[in-house]
Design a protein around this ligand. Structure first.
Ligand SMILES: Cc1ncc(COP(=O)(O)O)c(C=O)c1O
Length: 373
């Protein structure tokens, strides 16, 4: 049997990793400024993370959500404290798309309405509802296209209000910072207007923090730069540093009922051990502060060049928009300088380094970039 051929692959085979470094099967070392799509938060193979998973596996690996699992309660408590949402509740699932799916469903259950407002250039995942609110027709099948979704422009509060005023909107879903769409940061003023509009028209504000959350932007969640409090916050990626895990934080006014949401694997012991280790490391090593400091250093030192039109983002969620296609620059960074980077579209290099990136490692990238340009 062959693999279903949907991924464009670089000819690199990682076999080992530590911190922000990866080694391939030929012993070549790479610097990781992409964290495997923003997933590696506390660094590869952190000893506390590895130990937590090994220890948990020796105890119990899995049972269903029909018995008590105190690790889930511990995570809810510690995540509430770390994120500034101690009064919210936590539902655990397995991925970013599933988290968004649950958020959309909750908005519809809660309001009894069925239309969603999303934004141009959004990406929310590939499952049915999540891909329907994603602004990329190429990945939306006819089956997914039947949801009621309206796309508005980012930062256009009047456009959003026109749609909300029609009275049939369950929720507004927005990324803390648009990632796959090209690192577009919604203005703080727009986020506040969005919050007020959702309150005024009785729709839920759904904040997709799958990529921009968990400390990446120098705040626990990117929307905290604007000081808003969404009704539902969705998480994935960095929450368990590569162990599949997702979850949503739910405001206290949204009430649970038995059977309303569910999942087989969500909140399993191994995912909880991984997620608890991640939170402890983020706290003890001040990785949110590090993301802010090293991200600012990186942003300030990206060389000025006629090839770079703009650098956008916050903390360690940065995009460099080029005036030319970036495929060749990215290839040189990988195969000549041995640095992993990401993309958004054909003209943006996206940097989503592990939150433990050091200033020296950021400096290594800056030197390499100057040489490549
Ligand atoms: C903002 C955002 N939401 C949701 C997702 C989907 O997450 P997953 O691939 O874990 O389903 C992604 C993945 O890139 C994302 O960037």
């Amino acid at each position: 049997m062959e693999l279903f051929d949907v991924y464009s692959l670089f000819d690199v085979t990682p076999v080992r990793a530590k911190g922000c470094r990866i080694w391939d099967d030929k012993g070549q070392e790479y610097l990781d400024l992409y964290g495997g799509h923003a997933v590696i938060s506390v660094g590869h193979s952190h000893p506390r993370y590895v130990e937590a998973l090994k220890d948990q596996l020796d105890l119990i690996g899995f049972y269903s959500n029909s018995v008590k699992n105190p690790l889930q309660e511990q995570l809810a408590h510690e995540l509430g404290e770390a994120s500034g949402y101690p009064d919210y509740s936590l539902f655990l699932d397995n991925s970013g798309a599933e988290s968004n799916e649950n958020a959309l469903k909750l908005a519809s259950f809660h309001t009894g309405k069925d239309r969603i407002i999303a934004f141009h250039r959004s990406f929310h995942g590939r499952t049915s509802g999540a891909v329907a609110v994603t602004d990329n027709p190429k990945i939306v099948s006819p089956f997914n296209a039947n949801h009621k979704v309206t796309f508005c422009d980012l930062n256009d509060a009047e456009g959003v209000e026109r749609e909300l005023a029609k009275g049939d909107v369950a929720g507004v879903i927005i990324e803390g910072i648009q990632g796959c769409g090209g690192i577009h940061v919604p203005s703080d003023a727009f986020m506040r207007e969005l919050e007020a509009l959702c309150h005024r028209y009785g729709a839920l504000l759904l904040l997709d923090e799958v990529q921009s959350g968990y400390g990446r932007t120098g705040r626990f969640f990117a929307h905290q730069w604007a000081g808003v409090r969404p009704d539902v916050i969705t998480m994935g990626k960095g929450i368990a540093n590569g162990f599949p895990c997702g979850g949503i934080l739910i405001a206290p006014h949204i009430l649970a009922s038995k059977g309303m949401l569910g999942t087989t694997f969500g909140g399993n012991y191994l995912a909880m051990a991984a997620a608890l280790a991640v939170l402890a490391i983020i706290r003890d090593e001040d990785l949110v502060g590090n993301a802010l400091r090293v991200g600012e250093y990186l942003k300030a030192n990206i060389p000025s060049s006629t090839l770079i039109r703009e650098v956008r983002g916050r903390g360690l969620m940065l995009g460099m928009e080029f005036t030319c296609p970036i495929a060749d620059i990215r290839r040189k960074l990988l195969f000549e300088k041995h640095i992993f980077t990401g993309v958004a579209g054909s003209d943006m290099i996206r940097l989503l380094a592990p939150l433990c990136l050091s200033q020296a490692e950021a400096g290594q990238f800056i030197t390499a970039l100057k040489e490549v340009l």
